[in-house]
Ligand binder design. Structure first.
Ligand code: ATP
Ligand code: MG
Length: 414
């Protein structure tokens, strides 16, 4: 038997139905918030991602040399491609420019539940604004998107990288040596972070104060105890979120996000039901355009893990968008077979999902099949009824049968 590559998945018709439905909800939500969809290639020059995330990212990518000797990578994320696209072609669009995307990403990771080598991200970027309300706008889209999916058990944690950075600099760190420390803090590897801070000569008092900041987690009121520009910024952001009706957002000054280009607000969303791989969304404000040869443009964005959102919904017993076949049309004789085809074609034209017997089965077997595929109604096309210009409609749920005029059938089924 041929096998799929490790970390990839096939999707059954039921799974695709749920996925397409959820994808549709996400798109609609983004459009309701005034974001417009873009698409970029599945593969890019490897350099695009190393510029953004550093050379180590190559270990986590499907990167290869093509037949022309070019260094190519399957995209591990969509922010860098979006910024490349913006710098090349979209700088003349009115700002703020509000973009969203949906597509697959590839990462050479160790596969486990909620972690795949091919997975899907739904994300958005707001370009050209850098203030509490533009950040809140992006968080609101992420929150409303997840909310729209029907998931109830999730939290939004919002921090500000500036607070930790300032404290690190005050203790003697520099932008260069702060970066590995922040990466350890992102992974909650506190002892390793302590060791790194010790190595650059920070006092143990300063070290513990940095650690203490990462433990500020809870209601936005906790910001009252913090001083400085960054916490004032967050206070204003939380007040906009309240006006937007986003109630389940917390402060978490331990949200770091491992990468250097995050400049201010950072946020994550978790679905606790997922266990270790619980993060369903990550985002923040950043500036990347100058890396790709453009002017500096501040942006805020996020990426939702589409597959993990679906897993979380499953854990809550929710399957999005189960659609049922409305009508299954069954002829009772060869002559009626041709009648059945015209009926099914008319139903489809009227926007009613309809199917017809293609196996020349008996009525009994057809009823069983209709039940097995979850049809709502069976339309029986029989000689006697046809002579009166009618068909029999059987409700598979209740077992009730009614005679319906063939002309009125689409209306009756609607
Ligand atoms: P993690 O720490 O879980 O690896 P990350 O920080 O690498 O996440 P991002 O790069 O911010 O994640 O991607 C955004 C979202 O995409 C994540 O919150 C997660 O839901 C999802 N995601 C990331 N990697 C994978 C993967 N290998 N398989 C499935 N979903 C993923
Ligand atoms: Mg990762």
């Amino acid at each position: 038997m041929s096998q799929r590559p490790r970390g990839t998945r096939d999707f059954t018709p039921d799974e695709m139905e749920a996925r397409r439905y959820l994808e549709g909800l996400f798109r609609t939500e983004a459009e309701l918030h005034g974001f417009k969809e873009i698409a970029t290639p599945i593969f890019e020059y490897t350099e695009l991602f190393t510029l953004k995330s550093g050379p180590n990212i190559v270990d986590e990518m499907y990167a290869f040399e093509d037949k022309g000797g070019r260094q190519i990578a399957l995209r591990p994320e969509l922010t860098a491609p979006t910024m490349r696209f913006f710098v090349n072609d979209l700088t003349n669009y009115p700002r703020p420019l509000k973009l969203f995307y949906f597509g697959q990403c590839f990462r050479y990771e160790r596969p486990q539940s909620g972690r795949y080598r091919e997975f899907f991200q739904f994300g958005a970027e707001l370009l050209g604004a850098a203030n509490p309300e533009s950040d809140a706008e992006v968080i609101a889209l992420a929150a409303d998107t997840i909310g729209r999916s029907g998931l109830t058990n999730y939290v939004i944690r919002i921090g500000h990288i500036g607070i930790l950075r300032e404290r690190l600099y005050k203790g003697g760190a520099t932008p260069a040596n702060a970066s590995p420390i922040l990466q350890k803090l992102d992974k909650k590897l506190f002892d390793e972070a302590r060791a790194l801070m010790g190595q650059i000569g920070m006092s143990s008092g300063d070290v513990e104060e940095v650690i203490r900041i990462t433990e500020v987690v809870g209601s936005p009121e906790l910001l009252e105890e913090q001083q400085g520009e960054a916490s004032d910024y967050l206070k204003e952001l939380f007040s906009v979120l309240t006006e937007y009706g986003i109630a389940n957002a917390q402060v978490d000054l331990g949200v770091v996000r491992g990468l250097d280009y995050y400049t201010g607000m950072v946020f994550e969303m978790d679905a606790p039901s997922l266990g270790a791989e619980k993060q369903i969304c990550g985002g923040g404000s950043y500036s990347l355009t100058e890396l790709f040869g453009g002017d500096k443009v501040f942006s805020t964005g996020f990426a939702i893990g589409f597959d993990r959102t679906l897993l979380a919904l499953e854990r809550e017993g929710l399957t999005p968008g189960k659609r049922r076949l409305q009508a299954y049309v069954v002829p009772t004789s060869d002559r009626m077979r041709h009648k059945a085809f015209t009926i099914v074609a008319r139903l489809r034209k009227e926007g009613i999902s309809a199917d017809v017997d293609l196996m020349r089965r008996s009525i009994g077997k057809n009823l069983k099949y209709a039940d097995a595929v979850g049809a709502r109604y069976v339309v029986i096309v029989g000689e006697k009824e046809d002579a009166q210009g009618s068909v029999t409609v059987r409700n598979l749920g209740s077992g009730d049968q009614t005679l319906v005029s063939t002309r009125e059938l689409p209306k009756a089924l609607k």
